[in-house]
Design a protein around this ligand. Structure first.
Ligand SMILES: Cc1cc2nc3c(=O)[nH]c(=O)nc-3n(C[C@H](O)[C@H](O)[C@H](O)COP(=O)(O)OP(=O)(O)OC[C@H]3O[C@@H](n4cnc5c(N)ncnc54)[C@H](O)[C@@H]3O)c2cc1C
Length: 419
């Protein structure tokens, strides 16, 4: 007798969801699984390269990959949608026009920008979490250069060319290191004959914490600080922001910084999902779905959650960090455990082994730790690029990005505004 396939629904097709779906494909093809993917956009977004899109180094289309391009040749049902509600007792997802039922649900909807209830941050700060965000940042920088070139008012020019980055984590630091190179290009090549002088441009990186990149070894943090200083980035440590306004930021200690460009890169929080009232879901203090060591949502043996969305503890009882590396490492475990559940086989535990982390600091410089060895400089930058290139799902995008990076060595960045 032919086996009835089990319905598996994956919510979110980012690093976690996409890699889980890939692992399940053999079972889809053999008819054991009926797989559906629901994602807010029709593409997978490679977030680690967003800062390069925001500063003209890569085009927006290079860092996304259509979900149909990845899965369209398989019998997978794909919905570009956001659930209206999820009923864990009836085991279904309400997508408005249709109800999607499931036997196993995978939640990998990731995170969204966290404003920490800071007044004005959402209204006036520019986040960097989506392609639209990256385009908006790039367009704002270019528009403000244009306005600065037009104005006769020196104070206004300085405000238009004052760049404030809030957030001392990897995203804030990577963006802060990339920005001076973009501004220098704009100034020296595209606004060479304008009234803008180098001294009009200021870049400040502000963090509430006592240091940047707290997860890095002190020696690497020192390297990062001196690299940023050499690029002309002023770093303000221990300066929590009280509010963001149309004219800049005000710190809790009363310091005011005038700026027409406030980039809010201060962190993320898990996406809130619309579970039905009858659903009991345990959340960690950080708002992530609590899971057991097998990545099942606590109290729900048929629901798996991981990546930025979920709180899974390491051996020291600390929450695993919100990193692509974590989500990608958890994906095969989730796929294995779904198959194990279907076939009544033993589950695998999530034991995350940190291989290290790296950040790029503009062209030709990166720092990081790989298997506890600190590296910095051009070679680190080359490794960083190579590693990221191979994280893309398709060769098509790998070639496209490699081609753009190569072109960037010979030609200036693209300053056409993006929509
Ligand atoms: C600018 C930036 C740079 C980063 N750089 C690095 C880095 O260098 N290295 C690193 O390890 N990590 C980095 N990260 C973190 C990394 O992106 C995340 O940890 C990783 O993407 C988490 O994977 P995920 O599958 O949990 O979520 P995501 O990859 O974010 O995927 C979530 C998916 O769910 C979809 N979605 C969201 N809400 C809904 C909904 N309600 N319904 C349906 N679909 C939904 C989204 O469209 C998305 O496709 C960076 C993050 C940012 C923002």
């Amino acid at each position: 007798m032919k086996q009835i396939p089990k319905k598996v629904a994956i919510l979110g097709c980012g690093f976690g969801g996409m890699y889980t779906a890939k692992r399940l494909l053999p079972y889809v093809q053999s008819g054991h699984i009926d797989l559906s993917i629901v994602n807010a956009t029709n593409y997978f977004l490679f977030t680690p390269l967003l800062h390069e899109v925001a500063t003209g180094g890569l085009s927006p289309t290079s860092v996304v990959e259509s979900i149909r391009d990845i899965f369209g040749k398989y019998p997978v049902t794909i919905y570009e949608d956001i659930p209206e509600s999820i009923d864990t007792q009836k085991k279904n997802i309400n997508l408005g026009e249709r109800i999607l039922s499931y036997d196993y649900l995978v939640i990998a909807t990731g995170a969204e920008t966290h404003y920490y209830n800071t007044p004005g941050a959402k209204q006036f700060g520019l986040p960097l979490k989506s392609i639209d965000d990256a385009n908006k940042i790039k367009n704002t920088i270019i528009e403000n250069f244009e306005a600065a070139a037009r104005t006769q008012d020196a104070d206004e020019r300085k405000a238009l060319l004052s760049f404030v980055i809030v957030g001392g984590g990897a995203t804030g630091v990577e963006f802060a290191a990339e920005l001076p190179q973009f501004c220098t290009l704009l100034l020296k090549r595209y606004f060479k004959y304008s009234s803008i002088a180098a001294a009009d441009i200021t870049i400040k990186l502000i963090t509430a914490g006592p240091e940047l990149l707290s997860h890095f070894a002190p020696a690497l943090r020192t390297k990062v600080m001196s690299h940023l200083a050499a690029q002309g980035v002023h770093v303000h440590l221990g300066m929590p922001i009280a509010k963001v306004t149309a004219t800049g930021v005000q710190a809790k200690d009363g310091t005011e910084i005038i700026s027409k460009n406030v980039f809010w890169l201060a962190g993320v929080k898990p996406v809130t999902l619309p579970f039905s009232d009858n659903t009991q879901i345990a959340l960690s203090p950080s708002g992530r779905l609590e899971t057991d060591a097998y990545l099942r949502v606590v109290g729900h043996t048929n629901i798996f959650a991981f990546g930025d969305m979920a709180s899974t503890q390491d051996k020291d009882k600390k929450e695993l960090p919100m990193l692509a590396q974590v989500a990608a490492a958890q994906a095969p475990i989730v796929a294995h455990n779904i198959i194990a559940a279907i076939q009544n086989k033993p589950f695998k535990m999530c034991v995350f082994k940190n291989k290290g982390s790296m950040i790029s600091l503009g062209q030709w410089f990166a720092v990081g730790e790989i298997y506890s060895i600190n590296i910095a400089g051009k070679f680190a930058w080359w490794i960083w690029r190579t590693v990221y290139l191979f994280k893309f799902p398709s060769w098509r995008k790998r070639f496209a990005i490699a081609a753009e990076w190569t072109a960037n060595l010979f030609y200036p960045r693209d300053i056409a505004k993006s929509r």
